[in-house]
Ligand binder design. Sequence first.
Ligand code: ASP
Length: 609
Amino acid sequence: MFRTHTCGELRAADVNQEVTLAGWVQTVRKFGSITFVDLRDRYGITQLLFSEALNAQLDENPLGREFVLQATGKVNERSNKNKNIPTGDVELLVESFTILNKSVTPPFTIQDDTDGGDDLRMKYRYLDLRRNAVKKNLELRYAVNRATRDYLHQQNFMDIETPFLIKSTPEGARDFVVPSRMNPGEFYALPQSPQTFKQLLMVSGYDRYYQIVKCFRDEDLRADRQPEFTQIDCEMAFVKQEDVLNMFENLIKYIFKTVKGIDYSEAVERMSWQEAMWQYGNDKPDIRFGMKLLNIKYPRHVFADKEENAHLVDGADFQVFDAAETVIAIAVPGCSEYTRKQTDELTEWVKRPQIGMKGLVFIKCNADGTYKSSVDKFYSEEKLKAIADAAGAKAGDLVLILAGAEERTRKATSELRLEMGKRLGFRKDDEFKLLWVLDFPLFEYAEEENRWVARHHPFTSPKPSDIDTMINNNPAIENAAEYLKHPYANIKANAYDMVLNGNEIGGGSIRIYQKELQQKMFEALGMDAEEQQHKFGFLLGAFEYGAPPHGGIAFGFDRLCSIMGGSESIRDFIAFPKNNSGRDVMLDAPSAIDDKQFTELQIKLDLKD
Ligand code: ASP
């Protein structure tokens, strides 16, 4: 046996025991004739004390950082106890030791606060993984994984693997493709999700399926995306939307309880997509704080049923507001005393290309009941008060107003709200707020192609009340400028997203299970019968053999872990992640392949620039 105990195990009760430890040398400190070593393994750190008697041996075999060391000796009570680590009451009085392996000097310090930059740590990820901070993240990931499996197993779900070498599954990204040597000139696609397989499993009668599974999407990477990522993928037969929502909010609550000890006892809030856009400008609102959007001016065709405050800024001859399609305000609590410098900084912030606004209007609701604004010239104090009141502002608050084209302004106000929420400390890592967003539009309009695309994916069913509208209307859009008047624009999907603290952590839908409706859906997306048969003949075929009503959901496992771990980056919770350009810098992948491989695949490379 290499060791009798781990480096995280020894306590005062073990004093005088003869033990053997094995681990990595974190630090070596020499004090006069004695030497201290911190020995680390996955479980913790134990101090080793080498007395003078071992000096000759140490001189012959000097220890260095990250050497793999085995040490035997007696557990001793420390005179100088370290309250910061669980083994801090004891140390090992080394009697004999063996260097099991040497190490070159690591490129960064392997401690909680490392001096290694991101790229360096990714290149030497196997060393980075030795750090406690990273290890804790992987432990949390494993705990979430176990809790998920426990819960789903208790609920009769079966883990069934589905293949990776498949045909395209449309989830809105590009496919990664793999050439087939045995079928020259033909390619597999890696699954963007196991969507069609899980539906086929429902047809096969496995009425509760799950898998913690890799998905592959070739998209331009944003900071929080990975080309391969993990989903908790689930599907159930004989369910309606309500059944799915209940089953899976209880899954998330179970994970919270088991992994974090948090009792999330209240019902998960629900909000329609339209309301989320109206109140938060965002289909994944962070509801940990208020500061809701006040829509002062907005396009009637988008928010037809809204009547509130539509004319608050009209008639003042203020060109910016008059020309804008949309004007939206938020009331920022307690910020009326912002200086000129601070409001200028906020103006610069909204002008950044990522936000893309031309400027920012503000109203200060002073503590003495007066109002001061950057548009005093156009609006009387009475009018400013009316706007501030409507935005829910109180004395001491600062009202921020953005104006411009609908989509951009809504998005920008949402970003500004989140930014102010962050600056003011309203977005706490240890507060968790779940939300279901429901009633998404089934279709989105693709301007370049003048056609409909599926907002979720083509297997999502319309709301039962919208099925007739879908069947009885021609999907063709005759007047592109008035696409919103097409009956398809108002069809709602039987779909749902789960949002946690402003992040979409899961999404799914009740599926189409009748062949004719699925064909109509494909047709609406511009696929003729031949293309339907070519791409999805297997699914349409399966639907002829008794497909049960079914629905499901998939959670972004990496993101769920990162939020639970209080981090913004999913990379921190993946053992071997890729960087923002989709590279594995440790492996140096992707990389060129041998000529021999090309020959075998019967492929000739002819790169276009
Ligand atoms: N396959 C879907 C996705 O990856 C989830 C679902 O509809 O169950 O987003």
